[in-house]
Ligand binder design. Structure first.
Ligand SMILES: Cc1cc2nc3c(=O)[nH]c(=O)nc-3n(C[C@H](O)[C@H](O)[C@H](O)COP(=O)(O)OP(=O)(O)OC[C@H]3O[C@@H](n4cnc5c(N)ncnc54)[C@H](O)[C@@H]3O)c2cc1C
Ligand code: SF4
Length: 281
């Protein structure tokens, strides 16, 4: 299946206004991790927390909903959340940990759980992983290039970054600025060109903006555990939902983009193999 294995696809958004104000899309990551914390399904969550430079994240072990909320929003650069899982268990002593992860990080987490040779102390303590869709990721310096040189603005006045409708966007104090994605190609991390997973296929629950209207998120319920936490959050009124086939552009666009990413990566892998370059597949 082009979207991986899932039980159900839904369009959804957090009902809490304080989450809606700061979240990237429908606030599903923040709402689910906060709900899991409040219900003691997890004791803490590793999230991509803010630093003095707003779009240069560092992983944080959040122990309260407020800390989870303050990490909301997408930073289009690497946040080594997997590394901080060890911190959550070893330094914070957590027995039940949640986290948010992009697809490549999920591959690391699931591999570590399948072969926990030196990570037995950690593998079975990861109780809930929310995956986010990911087409590509950039070095922080590239984000600075987009904002400073291509958009002639500054990180200091940038409030939010987004990728959508074929463009890279910076929402700033001076207005909403954008460049076509063809101008950002070439800046992405080299590994992204051979990455076949768009929709975080190994997550408990995956979510992203593609497929749903602005302010809403597309959600794929994957594991029994993830489905159960999501359903309970809906029952508790933390999340509201709409059938995915009642919204535009719908699941078809997500399938198309996921399929495109897999074929493009397969072509690049073939090319690299032919050149004698190593590929991790
Ligand atoms: C590099 C990247 C590329 C993406 N590309 C796409 C795409 O092509 N299509 C699409 O539909 N969605 C994409 N997304 C996901 C999208 O931008 C939102 O993160 C997702 O829809 C969740 O929104 P939300 O409102 O539920 O999350 P929020 O409630 O706003 O929470 C976002 C959560 O993500 C965490 N986070 C932020 N940045 C990172 C990071 N770099 N690494 C790990 N965790 C992070 C935050 O700590 C927070 O917990 C991408 C995300 C990233 C990080
Ligand atoms: S495209 Fe793949 S390799 Fe690149 S950051 Fe996203 S998940 Fe990781």
């Amino acid at each position: 299946m082009v979207l991986g294995t899932y039980k159900d696809a839904i369009s959804a958004k957090a009902t809490d206004k304080s989450i809606q104000e700061v979240s990237q899309d429908g606030g599903i990551v923040t709402a689910l991790l906060s709900y899991a914390l409040d219900e003691k399904i997890i004791e803490g969550a590793v999230v991509a927390g803010p630093t003095e430079e707003m779009f240069k994240p560092e992983p944080v072990v959040a122990l309260t909903s407020d800390e989870i909320i303050s990490a909301a929003g997408t930073k289009y650069t690497f946040s080594p959340n997997v590394w901080a899982l060890k911190v959550a268990v070893r330094q914070y002593g957590l027995e039940k940990v949640g986290t948010v992860a992009i697809p490549c990080q999920l591959m690391g987490i699931r591999k570590m759980q399948s072969y926990p040779f030196s990570t037995r102390f950690l593998a079975d303590k990861i109780k809930f992983v929310v995956g986010i869709f990911c087409m590509e990721n950039f070095p922080y310096a590239s984000l600075e290039t987009f904002v400073n040189e291509k958009l002639h603005s500054s990180m200091d006045v940038t409030l939010k970054m987004d990728i959508g409708k074929g463009k890279f966007w910076a929402y700033t104090d001076e207005g909403n600025l954008s460049i076509p994605l063809k101008e950002t190609h070439g800046y992405e991390q080299a590994g992204c060109n051979i990455c076949k997973d768009y929709t975080a296929e190994l997550a408990d629950v995956s979510t992203g903006s593609v497929g749903s209207p602005d302010g809403w998120s597309t959600v794929l319920k994957r594991t029994d555990n993830g489905s159960s936490i999501f359903d309970k959050a809906v029952e508790a009124g933390v999340i509201e939902t709409k059938p995915i086939d009642s919204v535009k552009p719908g699941l078809g666009l997500l399938e198309k983009l996921s399929d495109g990413k897999k074929s493009k990566a397969a072509d690049e892998i073939k090319k690299r193999v032919e050149m004698g370059l190593p590929v991790p597949f």
